[in-house]
Design a protein around this ligand. Sequence first.
Ligand SMILES: [Cu+2]
Length: 153
Amino acid sequence: MLRSIVLLSLLAVAGVAPAAAQAPAIEVDHAWARATPAGARTAALYLTLVNKGASSDRLVAVSTPVAGKAEVHSSTTENGVMQMRPVAALEVKPDSRTVLKPGGYHVMLMELKGPLKEGQSFAITLTFEKAGAVEATATVEKLGAAAMPGMKM
Ligand SMILES: [Cu+2]
């Protein structure tokens, strides 16, 4: 009896320790997308990446069941015209927050499988070079929430 209790405690310790060691160093904070009008094929997803690790990492891929494709984009304004470009990898510096927000970096959701409705939430998977896959949930905020200045809606 005593032996099996000791064995069980050992198993419990063994089961918890590796999970704690593998906790991702990167956390996702406030992931949100704007509601889309009917028929829209794309949407922008915004979020904050919090790197609690000691080294920098790179976001290399994003996926979600609500879109066929997701890419990290940068936004720049040149001669008053906003341009978006795909970014192959987004650096996430240690001990800092990387904010993807309207007018800056964002995740472009393409080939949307349906409209994003206010109040809805959906799963996202962010893949980092070192931290691996990090799961999070994004919420849909109302159409026009924090709209980009000068952007046609
Ligand atoms: Cu974009």
